[in-house]
Design a binder for this molecule. Sequence first.
Ligand code: KIV
Ligand code: ZN
Length: 533
Amino acid sequence: MKTRQVGSESAREVADRRSIYTSHYNQQALKGRKVAEVTIFDTTLRDGEQTPGVALSMQEKLRIAELLDELGVHVIEAGFPATSEGERQAIKAIADLGLDSSICGLARSNPADIDVALGCDVDYIHTFLATSDIHLKYKLKMTREEVMEKAVAAVEYAKSHGVTVEFSCEDATRTEIGFLKDMHVAVQDAGVDVINVPDTVGVISPEAMDMLISELLTVTKVPISVHCHDDLGLAVANSIAAIRAGARQAHVCVNGLGERAGNAALEEVAMDLLAFYGVEPLVMSKIGSTCKAISRMTGYPIPKNKAIVGSNAFSHESGIHVHGVMGHASTYEAFGPEIVGMSRAIVMGKHSGAHSVRDKLKELRLDIADDHIPEIVKKIKELAESGKTVDDAELVALADHVASRELREERVKLKEFAVFTGKGITPTATVTVEVDGVSNTVSQVGIGPVDASLKALRSAVDENLVLEEYRLSAITGGSDSLAEVTVLLRDSNGTGRLFVGKGIGSDIVQTSVDATVEAINRQYSMIKKGVSE
Ligand code: KIV
Ligand code: ZN
C-alpha cells in the first residue's frame, strides 16, 4: 500500500510552522502518544454515491477519481462492481486511468462478487460480512461459525488473485468483542492485508472507539482501518479517536457524503490530523477546490457553516471579530484558510463596524474618504435589517454611490446598439458610443449575445476595463421576468480599482449593456474629478 511519509517534527512544531492556533491542552491530553502514519481511504465514489439523491455519470466519476488522486488519497473505493454493468464500466475506466492511488472495488464475501471486482482490473478488494448478532439474526440468518468460514474463504479467494485485500466486519461496533477478535485473527491468518472496523450505524462514542481499537490491537497485527458513519454526529471524532488508539487508516467521504447522515468528512479528518497530530495525510492546499468541485458534481451544496470548506468557515462579520482578525488571525481563526486552499472573507452585515468597512474597502482597493464611512456603515445596517448581507459587488456599489454621488455625470452615452445571434451564427454585437461628444462604433463577436455586447462596449470605450464579475438574477418568475444584472469592472490600467453598474429590465442583453454603461460612467466620473488613487 502506498503511504505518505510523516516527518519527525512534533505536532506542536508543525502547528507553529503552519499557522495552526489550536488549544495547548491538546498536547497535554496526548500524554506522549504519537500518531505515526495514516492512510486515507476515500469512499466518495462508493458509500458517497449511496447518499440519497446522488447519481454520478461516468465522466463525473472519472473526474472525481482524478481529483482524489491529485489530492493524494491513498485508496479510492471506486464503486461496488456487483451492483450493475454501468458501475463495472466506470470502475474499470477509473482503474485504467493509471492513477497513483490504489483503486478498490467493494465485494460481498463470495467468489461471484470478488470475480466481478477482479474483472474491473482493481488492485485492491474490500470485502465485508456482517458480524453483529443483530445482523446475523435479522439479516444474514447465519451462525457465527458460518460467518467466519465464509469470510475466511473470501479473503483466501481474493488473496489468491494477487490483489491487496481489506476485510470489514460490518457493524463491528455492535459485535461482541470475543467474536470480533476471533474474526480478526481468522481473516488475518487467511492473509488479509488490512482489517477495517466499521461503525456501520454511527453508534459508538469516541471513548468507546478508543477502547475498542486498543483491544483489537492486542490480536491484530495487520493495519487497522476505521469506517465511521455520522448518525450521531460523531463520525470525525470517532475516526480521530480510532487513529489516536492506533488505527492506521481512515475511510472518508468528501463533504461528509455517504449513506444516511454520511461518513466521516475527508476534509475534517485530514485537517484534524494535521492540527492535533502534525500528520499531513493529503495535499492539504487542494482540499477546498476538491470539495467545491465534488459538491458541484454531486449536486450536494456545501452548507455555508460547514467546517473547513463552508463559505462561512473563514468569514468574519462582527466589528469586534474583524478588528481582532486584522490584528492577528489567531484571535478568531483556528488555522489559516490558505492551508486548505480557502480564503478569508470579511462580510458586511448588521454587526459590521467602521473598522471592518474601512478594511474591506481597502482590500477592494477603493479609497473612500473617512467622512463617508459612517454613511456607508449606516446603509449596510439598513440593508441588514431587511435580512440582507452585503457582498463585495454591493459594497463597491454602495461606497461608490455614497462617495461619488455629486460627482457623477454621464460622459459615456450609448447611442446605438444591435446584436445578431441565432442557431449556427456567431453572436455579433455592434455599439456606437459617444465619449465626451466623440462618437465611436465597434463590432465584436462573443460566445453569446451578452458576451459579444459587453466586449464591443468595452472596446469602444476603453480596452483596459476588465470584466471582473457578471451576475444575473431573475427578480420575478416566468419567461418575461425582470432580471437584475450586476457588472463589476476593473480598471486594469494602473489603479486596479473596481466599478460596479446595475441594471434592471426584461431584456437580458439590453440590461447587461445598461449595467456596463453605468459602471463605465462611474469610472469616468472618477477620472474627471481626479479622485485620489
Ligand atoms: O458502513 C459500512 O459498514 C459499510 C461497509 C461496506 C464497510 O459501508
Ligand atoms: Zn458505510
